[in-house]
Design a binder for this molecule. Structure first.
Ligand code: F0G
Length: 444
């Protein structure tokens, strides 16, 4: 099959794409104007209209059960890049990659069953996909391994991002591995301690911006090209290709039996978009034959998408965001349009939950010995609401995604917020003092 060259007008600094030859393994499409660009174009937005891009792949040569079997053979391998829970799926992530991936390896995160949490949520058939078990403690590593590999492919000299903390921690680690300098912009005073410490520790240059995440992202997006920085926020479509593997891995762990619901927190909505794309592709390529419904949960103080959903997505909302879950303290989500598509395709829902319920859910998750950061707990808090409202039925099979590790936000644990533990009791090093302390504990 031959494709016309859909580009019009001059590009900025690269020769026009011409698909007058058979389609390559992958290419990029602007979701706004339909312009097509080669996979290795170094710009992360459309050269024509600055719209967001999507990576498209040619249908893999293998499909359905054969493709599933191939992925299965790679489970537990430890000697090459397919040990990664991202690159195990390389045929549907970055099939044309001609460079060695920058991989930790990442992924291979556990799918947990905890009766106490199932009971609390009101959905007995509940699994928790704990993405906090990634190398830097959040799901961002899945997108970052692909984004950093793409940075290497296009010969980037420097990488950067705006972040509420997890993207920056991940970017810092993967940039260190790739040997690239990294610049991260974070909202001053609004990043959890563990994330900030990671970014510094892995060697990124950290700039704290007096403004919120939305301001940081605007700044990074506007300035990155001029400053020669390859932007690795989730506006970069290659990030989403990696994050799709959360869904592929869940499906594989469930023996490709499709759950009724997948629940995840929503902030900038890159992950929501990635989940929608993953599910469409999994269906189109015969890995599954029906779609689960997506449920996206936002914090009440940062819930423009939930408001949009309630109004049938008639318009795009922007809010001034405030929530204790700093990871999702985002008022102007960049991936709005692609997330709307994910919700529509999966017959999904979007809800918001108050901070008090996020903290309550977090406390329950922590006390179950699982642990997660506040934004992750939004999944469970939202699920509980949806179950109570009857939207998610009691016999539904549900997978709730925990996006980040408990140690990301130590401050909140020690602050006592949300019914967390009492202050630490300090004693002299004597048996009497210890006996007295145990007495206090026993007395509640
Ligand atoms: N959960 C955690 C732990 C996050 O760090 C994020 C986003 C989300 C959920 C929401 O994902 O933005 O794709 O809807 N963190 C970004 C960051 C914004 O900079 O680390 P989303």
């Amino acid at each position: 099959m031959r494709y016309p060259n859909r580009r019009t007008g001059p590009g900025r600094g690269s020769s026009p794409v011409s698909f007058t030859t058979p389609r390559p393994a992958s290419w990029q499409v602007c979701l706004q104007c339909g312009n097509e660009m080669v996979e290795t174009d170094a710009t992360i937005r459309c050269r024509e209209c600055r719209g967001l891009l999507e990576v498209r792949h040619r249908r893999p040569e293998l499909a359905g059960p054969v493709l599933r079997a191939l992925f299965q053979t790679r489970c537990c391998t430890r000697h090459d890049t397919t040990a990664s829970g991202v690159w195990r799926f390389r045929e549907i992530v970055l099939p044309g990659a001609d460079v060695e991936p920058v991989t930790y390896p990442e992924g291979n995160t556990p799918l947990l069953y905890r009766p106490a949490l199932a009971e609390w949520a009101g959905t007995p058939d509940l699994f928790l996909k704990h993405e906090g078990h990634n190398p830097t403690g959040s799901f961002k590593d899945r997108g970052m391994t692909v984004g950093m590999t793409q940075a290497r492919r296009i010969g980037a000299r420097m990488v950067g991002c705006a972040s509420t903390g997890n993207t920056s921690a991940s970017l810092a680690a993967y940039a260190a591995q790739a040997g690239l300098p990294a610049l991260v912009l974070v909202p001053s005073g609004k990043v959890a301690l563990g994330k900030l410490a990671q970014s510094v520790g892995y060697g990124a240059s950290v700039v704290a911006v007096r403004g919120d995440f939305d301001a940081c992202l605007r700044l990074a997006d506007e300035a990155s090209e001029r400053l020669g920085i390859y932007l690795l926020n989730s506006v970069n479509p290659f990030r989403l290709e990696g994050q799709k593997t959360i869904v592929f891995e869940i499906l594989q762990q469930l023996g490709w039996e499709v759950p009724d619901w997948i629940v995840l927190p929503g902030g900038n909505l890159g992950n929501t978009a990635a989940f929608g794309k993953a599910l469409e592709e999994a269906r189109d390529w015969g890995l599954i034959d029906e779609l689960p419904r997506l449920a996206v949960v936002q914090a009440e103080g940062a819930a423009p998408f939930a408001r949009g959903f309630a109004e049938g997505f008639k318009e795009r909302h922007r809010v001034r965001a405030e929530t204790v879950a700093t990871a999702i303290r985002i008022g102007d989500p960049a991936s709005w349009d692609r997330a709307v598509r994910a919700i529509r395709t999966t017959d999904g829902v979007v809800v918001s939950v108050p901070d008090a319920e996020i903290l309550e859910a977090k406390s329950v998750i922590d006390r179950a010995g699982v642990g997660c950061e506040p934004a992750s707990a939004a999944s469970l808090a939202g699920l509980r609401r949806l179950a109570a409202a009857g939207t998610v039925s009691a016999n539904a099979r549900v997978v709730a995604v925990l996006t980040g590790h408990m140690l990301k936000d130590p401050d909140i644990l020690l602050s006592g917020a949300g019914g967390h533990s009492a202050p630490i009791d300090e004693i002299d090093a004597s048996t009497e003092a210890l006996e007295a302390a145990v007495g206090r504990i026993a007395g509640g």
